[in-house]
Design a protein around this ligand. Structure first.
Ligand SMILES: *Cc1c(COP(=O)(O)O)cnc(C)c1O
Length: 367
C-alpha cells in the first residue's frame, strides 16, 4: 500500500476506518432496507438542525456540495423572483455564478474576502430593491475561514419577509445551527464535511411549505429539488436516479459516530479546541493567522514567517512526507496557505503537524 497521510483539508477529510469499511458492501438500491437507511438519514438531519418533520424536510441530492447549492438556487427562485447573493469569498462568488449561468434573477452584494457579511447592508439592499425575494449567504466561508453571522443576517431577512438560503457546507455539524430560530429556510451541506462521511452527495434541509411552493420552477432535470423530494417522500426513501449507495452507507455510519462522540456539542468543542491550539503553535513558529475577526473553528489561513524564505510547495512536500496534507491559499495578494482541522483530527495530530513544521522552518532558518 502507498504511504498514507491525514488530510488537513476542509473536505474531503480524514474519516474513520469504520466509516470506510461500510463501503465494502454493494447494497441494492430499490429494496426496503436501503430506503429505510435513506429515511433514517433524513430524519436524523432534521434533529441535527433542531427542526421537526411537520415544518421541515430533508432531501439528499447526488453530487458534491456545489450540486446542492445549484439545486436550491435553480429550483426555488422563480423567473419572476430575485435572489440577493451575499459574497465574501470564493464560495459566495460561486453562488452568484450559478445564478448568472442558469439565468436565475440575482443581484450580488460583495465584501472583501476578509470582511464579514454585514446584516445592516443586507437590510439596505432589501429596502432599496423590493423585487428581491430571496437572500443567499455562505455561513463558514471556507476560502478564508471566516464565519458569517447568519443568525443576524437571518433576523434581517425574516424582518423583511424574504426567504433565506444558507450554504452551511463546511459548518453544519461542526457549528451548532438552530435552523428555525435563526430564520433559515433552506440549508445546504454535504456528506464529506463535518459529519465526516465520504464525498458523493449533498443534502438540503428546508421548509416543507416553501419547497412545495417551488414546484415547477426548476431549470434542470437532475437537480430538480422538488422532484427529488417528491420521489423520496412518495416512495419511502427512494432516490430518483442512481444513488451513491456506498457513500450513503458510510454516511449513516458517520452519523452514528457523531452521536457516539457526543453529538454536535462535543464535535464542535473538539474542532474549536484544535483550531485554537493550532493557531497558538503556529504563531510561535512565526506563521500568523490572517483572519482577525469572525474566525471559524474549521479552517485557518496563515501567512508565511517574515524572517525566512521558502515556497508553499517545498513545505507541502516536507509535511506530506511526514503524514499530513496541507491546503494551498485562495487569497491572491499575500502568500498564504490553509490548515483545516475538521475530520478525524485530534490534539495529537495538531501537535505532530506543528512539530513537523517547526523542523522544516528551523532547517530553513539554519541555512
Ligand atoms: C466545500 C464547500 C462547498 C462545496 O464544494 P464542492 O467542491 O462542490 O463539494 C460549497 N461551499 C462551501 C462553503 C464549502 O466549504
Amino acid at each position: 500500500m502507498e504511504k498514507t497521510y491525514k488530510l488537513l483539508t476542509p473536505g474531503p477529510l480524514t474519516t474513520t476506518m469504520s466509516v470506510k469499511e461500510q463501503m465494502l458492501f454493494d447494497h441494492c438500491t430499490w429494496d426496503d432496507d436501503y430506503k429505510a437507511i435513506t429515511q433514517w438519514i433524513r430524519a436524523r438531519l432534521l434533529e441535527l438542525a433542531h427542526v421537526t418533520a411537520d415544518e421541515y424536510t430533508a432531501v439528499l441530492m447526488q453530487g458534491s456540495g456545489t450540486f446542492g447549492n445549484e439545486s436550491v438556487l435553480t429550483s426555488v427562485v422563480g423567473n419572476e423572483e430575485k435572489v440577493l447573493v451575499c459574497s465574501n469569498g470564493a464560495y459566495g462568488v460561486r453562488l452568484a455564478q450559478i445564478c448568472r449561468q442558469a439565468g436565475v434573477p440575482s443581484v450580488e452584494y460583495a465584501e472583501p474576502f476578509d470582511i464579514a457579511v454585514d446584516p445592516e447592508k443586507v437590510a439596505e439592499h432589501l429596502a432599496a430593491d423590493p423585487s428581491i425575494t430571496h437572500v443567499a449567504c455562505v455561513h463558514s466561508e471556507t476560502t478564508s475561514g471566516l464565519l458569517n453571522d447568519i443568525e443576524a443576517v437571518g433576523r434581517v431577512v425574516r424582518q423583511a419577509g424574504k426567504v433565506f438560503i444558507v450554504d452551511a457546507m463546511s459548518s453544519f455539524a461542526g457549528v451548532d445551527i438552530p435552523m428555525a430560530d435563526w430564520g433559515i429556510d433552506f440549508l445546504v451541506s454535504s456528506a464529506n464535511k463535518c459529519i465526516q462521511g465520504v464525498p458523493g452527495f449533498s443534502f438540503i434541509i428546508c421548509r416543507r411549505d416553501l419547497l412545495e411552493a417551488s414546484r415547477g420552477k426548476a431549470r434542470s432535470v437532475s437537480l430538480d429539488l422538488y422532484a427529488q423530494w417528491e420521489t423520496m417522500e412518495r416512495d419511502g426513501g427512494k432516490w430518483r436516479f442512481t444513488s451513491p449507495t456506498h457513500v450513503v452507507l458510510a454516511f449513516a455510519q458517520a452519523l452514528r459516530e457523531l452521536e457516539e462522540e457526543g453529538g454536535i456539542p462535543a464535535r464542535s468543542a473538539r474542532y474549536a479546541a484544535n483550531q485554537k491550539l493550532l493557531v497558538e503553535r503556529m504563531e510561535v513558529l512565526g506563521f500568523k493567522s490572517f483572519i482577525k475577526d469572525h474566525q471559524d473553528p474549521i479552517i485557518t489561513i496563515f501567512t508565511m514567517p517574515e524572517d525566512v524564505e521558502f515556497t508553499f510547495a517545498e513545505m507541502y512536500a516536507y509535511i506530506k512526507e511526514r503524514g499530513y496534507v496541507l491546503y494551498p491559499g485562495k487569497l491572491t495578494e499575500a502568500e498564504t496557505f490553509r490548515i483545516g482541522n475538521i475530520g478525524e483530527i485530534y490534539e495529537a495530530d495538531i501537535l505532530n503537524v506543528t512539530a513537523a513544521l517547526k523542523e522544516f522552518v528551523d532547517e530553513k532558518r539554519d541555512k
